[in-house]
Design a protein around this ligand. Structure first.
Ligand SMILES: [Zn+2]
Length: 220
């Protein structure tokens, strides 16, 4: 259950607790929380401190509205998720993603990105960020790439490694536009990740440069 070694940084968790994260990033934090007891405890502490502060401070109307909007969105997700739960969604699918998935990952309309990668878009955030699942075949490579914006990734199934190390189920990572990395799935099984990208991924390898126009087009 609690295998994650890479966690959302504290400011992100605090923003999640305050309800001020965009829905796309909140989905990533929420998916991580389903695998991480340590962050769940941190969140409980933040919520406790938050409610104490709320009693002492008169919150600005704008931040109250923001929080209510996110809570409403998450409520919608939870409602949809509990309806689905009554049906037959694979319990391996995080609860926060069940509104997008009828049965399991296999049934999704995966699209081929390269010989090693398939993807399926789950939704777009109101800020334009793309929320998708990526499936990397065993031993497959996502080729070297950079991003035009930040990229948030949570590993849902399997594992992959890049220049920084090995990432396993539940691991949460953020790559900025300055980061360049080459994720390679471990050979034992398929790797499925939840990925939020704020701008199209920019492949930097020679052959994969040919992919860039297609990737950019998918954001149009
Ligand atoms: Zn954690």
């Amino acid at each position: 259950m609690d295998k994650a070694n890479n966690h959302p940084y504290d400011e992100l968790l605090a923003a999640y607790a305050a309800g001020s994260l965009p829905l796309s990033q909140a989905l990533c934090v929420s998916a991580h929380l389903e695998h991480c007891v340590a962050c769940g405890q941190k969140l409980q502490n933040l919520n406790r401190v938050g409610s104490q502060l709320m009693q002492q401070l008169k919150p600005a109307a704008a931040s109250q509205q923001l929080k209510q909007r996110l809570l409403d969105s998450l409520d919608d997700l939870t409602d949809a998720a509990s309806q689905r739960e009554a049906s037959k969604v694979d319990p391996a699918v995080p609860r926060c993603l069940r509104q997008f998935i009828d049965h399991n990952y296999d049934d999704l309309p995966w699209k081929r990105v390269s010989a090693d990668i398939h993807s399926v878009e789950l939704c777009r955030d109101s800020n334009g960020a793309k929320v998708e699942l990526l499936k990397i075949k065993p031993g497959g490579s996502a080729t070297t790439h950079t991003h035009l914006g930040d990229e948030y990734t949570v590993i849902l199934e399997g594992s992959f490694s890049d220049e920084a190390g090995l990432y396993r189920q539940g691991d949460f990572m953020v790559k900025t536009a300055a980061d360049r990395h080459t994720p390679v799935a471990t050979k034992d099984r398929v790797c499925i990740c939840l990925a939020v990208t704020e701008g199209p991924i920019q492949f930097t390898g020679f052959i994969s440069r040919l992919l860039n126009p297609f990737i950019r087009r998918s954001y149009a």
